[in-house]
Design a protein around this ligand. Structure first.
Ligand code: AMP
Length: 477
C-alpha cells in the first residue's frame, strides 16, 4: 500500500514526499482510513511506529476545509486538541503537525508548563486551529480563560497510558468536561491496562480498534541482555561496557532524578560524555541535552521515565536500564526507544539482587526469559582485584548505601516528576547535595573538575551543572 491509496489530500501527499516516506507504516495503514471516515479510534502503538503521522495526517485532512489565511482570530478557533503527557512529546507532536501541514493554512500551537505562559497566551489569542497541550498547563489556560475549547471537534489522547501513570486522569476529566460532546476522539496508548479501557469507554463511541504490536509485546528487533551486578558496581560496569564496546549513543534509564543527575555527573568524570534529562531541568536545558545527544555531541543521555517518554530519537542502538523500572510496562516503554523502523537494538539491564522481583515481573509480562550475560573479564577482574581507592559508584565515599530509604524516596520522586516544581516538597534526603533542586550556574559550560577531597569543595556541584546555561526561562508551572 502507498500513501496515495489512502485518499489523503494532495497537500499532505506532497509533505509526506518531502519527508521521503514512501509507504505508510502498519499503524498508519490501519488507523488513517477509519479516522478519515470520522470514526473514533483506539490504537495500541508505541513511539517509533509512526503513530504521530497516523493521527496527524488524517486530522489535517479533515480540518483542511477550515484552512484560512485570514488574520482574524475569530476565523481560527481551536478545532483539534492533542493531549500529551510530557513537554517533549508535545513539542515533537507540534513539529509533526507543522511538517505534515506545511502546505495547508491551518495554525498550530503548543502549550506546556515550565516556560512562561504569556507567549502562549499571545499565540492563543491570535487564533489556532490545532492545539497540542500537556494537561496541567492547558487547565491553567482554561482557568485564566485564555483558551476556548467550545469548537473542538477532534480530540487525540496521545500516550494515554503514560498520562494515567502520571496521575493526569482528574485533569483529563476536567478537560473533557469543557469539550463539545459531538466530536471525533482518538486514543493512542502503548499498553492497554484496565484503566485505559475504562477511559476509552468514557471517551470513545464505537471505536475502531487498531493494534500493530501484540498486547504488551516488546519490539522484536531488540536484543535483551541482563548483567547481574551489585548495585555499587553498576556504574563501573556501565563505563566499561560503553568504552569496551565503543558505544556511541546510549540512552540510560534511572528511576530517580537524583540518580540520573549523579550518574551523568560521574560518567562525565569517568570520561564518558553524558547529560541528564528529567523534569527538574528547565525546558531549554532538556531540549539542549536532547539536541546534543541527537547530534552525537553527548554519548550518553541519562533519563528518568517521564522525561524520556515520547522522545523521538531515530535508530538508537542502545538502551540501558541502570535501575530496573518498578513497573514492568515501563520496561516496554524504555526499550521502545531502540530497535525502531526495522533497525536492531540492544536493551541492556544492570540488575542487582534487590531487583530480582522487578526482573521476574518484566519476564512475566514479556513471556520470555531475558538472557543473562555470563561474567566477563570485567567481573572477574573486580572479584580478583577490587580497585584500590575506587569511588563508590552509587554512594559517596565512606557512606553506606542507603538503599531502603532511597527506595522510599524513589517513589516520591516518581510521583513528583509531573507536579509543578513550585508545589513539590523537597524529599527528605540524607544529603542535601542530592535533594537540592538543580539551579544552572552562569559559567558552567564544562564538567567541573572533581574536588580533590570529595564533598569538601568550596561549592557543592551536582550532575547537571556541566551543561551550558539554559536560555532565559523560568519554571512558572
Ligand atoms: P512516531 O512513532 O510517531 O514517534 O514516529 C517515529 C519516526 O518514524 C519519526 O521519526 C517519523 O518521522 C518516522 N516516520 C513516520 N511515518 C513514517 C513512514 N511512513 N515512513 C518512514 N518513516 C516514518
Amino acid at each position: 500500500m502507498s500513501f496515495s491509496d489512502l485518499g489523503l489530500a494532495p497537500e499532505l501527499l506532497r509533505a509526506i514526499a518531502d519527508q521521503g516516506y514512501t509507504d505508510p507504516t502498519p499503524v498508519q495503514a490501519k488507523a488513517i482510513p477509519p479516522i478519515l471516515q470520522g470514526q473514533d479510534v483506539m490504537a495500541a502503538a508505541q513511539t517509533g511506529t509512526g503513530k504521530t503521522a497516523g493521527f496527524t495526517l488524517p486530522m489535517l485532512h479533515r480540518l483542511k476545509e477550515f484552512a484560512s489565511t485570514s488574520v482574524s482570530p475569530a476565523r481560527h478557533p481551536v478545532r483539534a486538541l492533542i493531549l500529551t503527557p510530557t513537554r517533549e512529546l508535545a513539542a515533537q507532536v507540534q513539529d509533526s503537525v507543522k511538517t505534515y501541514g506545511k502546505y495547508i493554512a491551518l495554525r498550530s500551537a503548543v502549550v506546556y508548563g515550565g516556560v512562561h505562559i504569556d507567549p502562549q497566551i499571545a499565540e492563543l489569542r491570535a487564533g489556532v486551529e490545532i492545539l497540542v497541550a500537556t494537561p496541567g498547563r492547558l487547565l491553567d489556560h482554561l482557568g485564566q480563560k485564555t483558551v476556548n475549547l467550545s469548537q473542538v471537534q477532534f480530540l487525540v489522547l496521545d500516550e494515554a497510558d503514560r498520562m494515567l501513570d502520571m496521575g493526569f486522569l482528574p485533569d483529563i476529566k476536567r478537560i473533557l468536561s469543557v469539550l463539545p460532546a459531538k466530536r471525533q476522539s482518538l486514543l493512542f496508548s502503548a499498553t492497554y491496562s484496565d484503566d485505559i479501557r475504562g477511559l476509552a469507554k468514557q471517551l470513545l463511541t464505537n471505536p475502531v480498534s487498531v493494534e500493530v504490536a501484540r498486547r504488551n509485546s516488546a519490539t522484536e528487533t531488540v536484543t535483551h541482555l541482563v548483567y547481574k551486578v551489585e548495585s555499587t558496581a553498576k556504574r563501573d560496569l556501565l563505563t566499561h561496557l560503553i568504552k569496551s564496546r565503543d558505544m556511541r549513543q546510549v540512552l540510560v534509564f534511572c528511576n530517580t532524578k537524583i540518580g540520573a543527575n549523579r550518574l551523568a555527573y560521574r560518567l562525565a568524570k569517568d570520561g564518558v560524555g553524558a547529560a541528564a534529562i528529567h523534569s527538574d531541568r528547565t525546558q531549554g536545558e532538556r531540549m539542549q541535552a536532547l539536541a546534543e545527544f541527537k547530534e552525537g555531541k553527548t554519548k550518553v543521555l541519562v533519563a528518568t521515565d517521564i522525561a524520556a517518554r515520547g522522545l523521538d530519537i531515530e535508530q538508537l542502538p542502545f538502551v540501558v536500564n541502570f535501575d530496573l523500572p518498578s513497573s514492568p510496562e515501563d520496561y516496554v516503554h524504555r526499550i521502545g526507544r531502540t530497535g525502531r523502523a526495522g533497525m536492531t537494538g540492544e536493551a541492556i539491564s544492570l540488575v542487582s539482587d534487590e531487583e530480582l522481583d522487578e526482573l521476574a515481573a518484566i519476564e512475566k509480562l514479556l513471556k520470555i526469559k531475558l538472557p543473562v550475560q555470563e561474567p566477563g573479564q570485567f567481573e572477574r577482574e573486580r572479584v580478583s582485584a577490587p580497585r584500590a581507592g575506587s569511588r563508590r559508584p552509587e554512594g559517596r565515599p565512606g557512606r553506606p548505601e542507603p538503599r531502603r530509604e532511597e527506595a522510599g524516596r524513589r517513589d516520591e520522586h516518581r510521583r513528583d516528576e509531573h507536579r509543578p516544581a513550585s508545589s513539590r516538597h523537597a524529599a527528605a534526603s540524607a544529603d542535601p547535595l542530592f535533594s537540592r533542586p538543580y539551579t544552572p550556574s552562569s559559567d558552567a559550560t564544562q564538567v567541573p573538575a572533581p574536588p580533590t577531597t570529595p564533598g569538601r569543595g568550596p561549592k557543592k556541584q551536582i550532575a547537571a551543572l556541566f551543561l551550558p546555561p539554559a536560555p532565559a526561562e523560568k519554571q512558572d508551572a
